[in-house]
Design a protein around this ligand. Structure first.
Ligand code: C2E
Ligand code: MG
Ligand code: MG
Ligand code: MG
Length: 285
């Protein structure tokens, strides 16, 4: 069963890899080396408060440029990492890089930035996760409430007793937890019933055709109202045009992330971008 699940996952991400386990095995070995030798990168993408045009936060996103394979997308490698014992170490790694970013951002701008870090649902099965993340935040002096951990909707989210315990430990630690890719999982409402999230991120697939598709627009409206009802922030992901921003605003969604504002960038690029953005109060078109 595992093998067939793996095959399906892989096929979704890349035909070549899914069909060739030797290839994916080799890729994972190279990934492990890159992780151990600090050769992975973490980039940052801005989140904007469209009410006042301020920077609301940044999401940390993994980037890996392998000497042989070139840029390997996180969507391709993470499913393999999730099934290996490396996922805990990867999350720690990204958290550290994110903390260094937060530190530099606050030195440059004299204010804190809300930082979002992606977790794998598998991380929640790790009984030491909350303890380790807490330790890293203390080490770098990053306030817990400035950290949002994003968990993607997946079939196994919250299905083990340990994952519920970890969830509670993260809440006790004081970090926020977001439900990522909202609307794409098969049981969104039951997650919201069982676990308390402080934020939902509307998946970009709903925004792609939202200007022309009334149904997509209705679904986004429902998500925004659901967020209000349950006292959660609602973040729209994949905002690529001003028109989408305006439409979102008209239905009450004012936290946006997407290429319209900025692509994921290295921490140096982000800081430059933020200086320019602050000076303009908005993006230059
Ligand atoms: P995600 O967490 O939902 O991240 C958002 C993805 O949407 C990112 O892709 C981002 O580059 C992309 N995106 C943002 N704005 C736009 C837009 O306007 N248009 C379009 N077309 N795309 C946009 P990316 O960086 O390739 O990451 C893909 C996924 O890989 C992430 O989805 C997340 O689930 C996973 N991932 C990335 N980094 C990490 C990590 O450090 N740990 C874990 N566990 N997963 C990660
Ligand atoms: Mg995310
Ligand atoms: Mg995702
Ligand atoms: Mg997402």
């Amino acid at each position: 069963k595992e093998a067939s699940e793996r095959r399906i996952n892989s096929l979704r991400y890349s035909d070549k890899m899914g069909l060739d386990p030797e290839y994916s095995g080799r890729l994972l070995i190279k990934f492990k080396k890159a992780l151990e030798n600090d050769l992975l990168q973490v980039w940052f993408q801005p989140q904007i408060n469209t009410d006042d045009g301020s920077i609301r936060g940044a999401e940390a996103l993994l980037r890996w440029n392998d000497d042989e394979y070139g840029w390997v997308s996180p969507e391709l490698i993470i499913p393999f990492v999730e099934q290996s014992s490396l996922i805990g170490a990867l999350t720690d790694y990204v958290t550290r890089k994110a903390c260094v970013f937060v530190e530099e951002y606050s030195q440059n701008f004299n204010k804190q930035i809300q930082i979002a870090i992606n977790l794998s649902a598998r991380n929640l099965d790790d009984e030491r996760l909350a303890h380790r993340i807490g330790g890293i935040l203390v080490e770098y002096n990053v306030p817990e409430h400035n950290v949002t951990l994003e968990v993607t909707e997946t079939a196994f989210l919250g299905d083990s007793p340990q994952s519920k315990t970890t969830f509670a430990q993260l809440a006790a630690l004081g970090v926020k937890v977001a439900l990522d890719d909202f609307g794409t999982g098969y049981s969104s409402l039951s997650y919201l019933h069982e676990l308390s999230f402080s934020e939902i991120k509307i998946d970009k697939s709903f925004l792609a055709d939202f200007e022309h598709n009334e149904r997509s627009l209705s679904l986004v409206k429902v998500a925004v109202n659901l967020g209000k009802e349950l006292n959660m922030d609602v973040v729209a992901e994949g905002v690529e045009t001003k028109l989408i921003e305006v439409k979102l605003k008209s239905i009450g969604c004012t936290i946006c992330q997407g290429f319209y504002y900025g692509r994921p960038m290295s921490k140096e690029q982000f800081i430059e971008w933020a200086f320019a953005f602050d000076n303009n109060g908005s993006i230059i078109e």
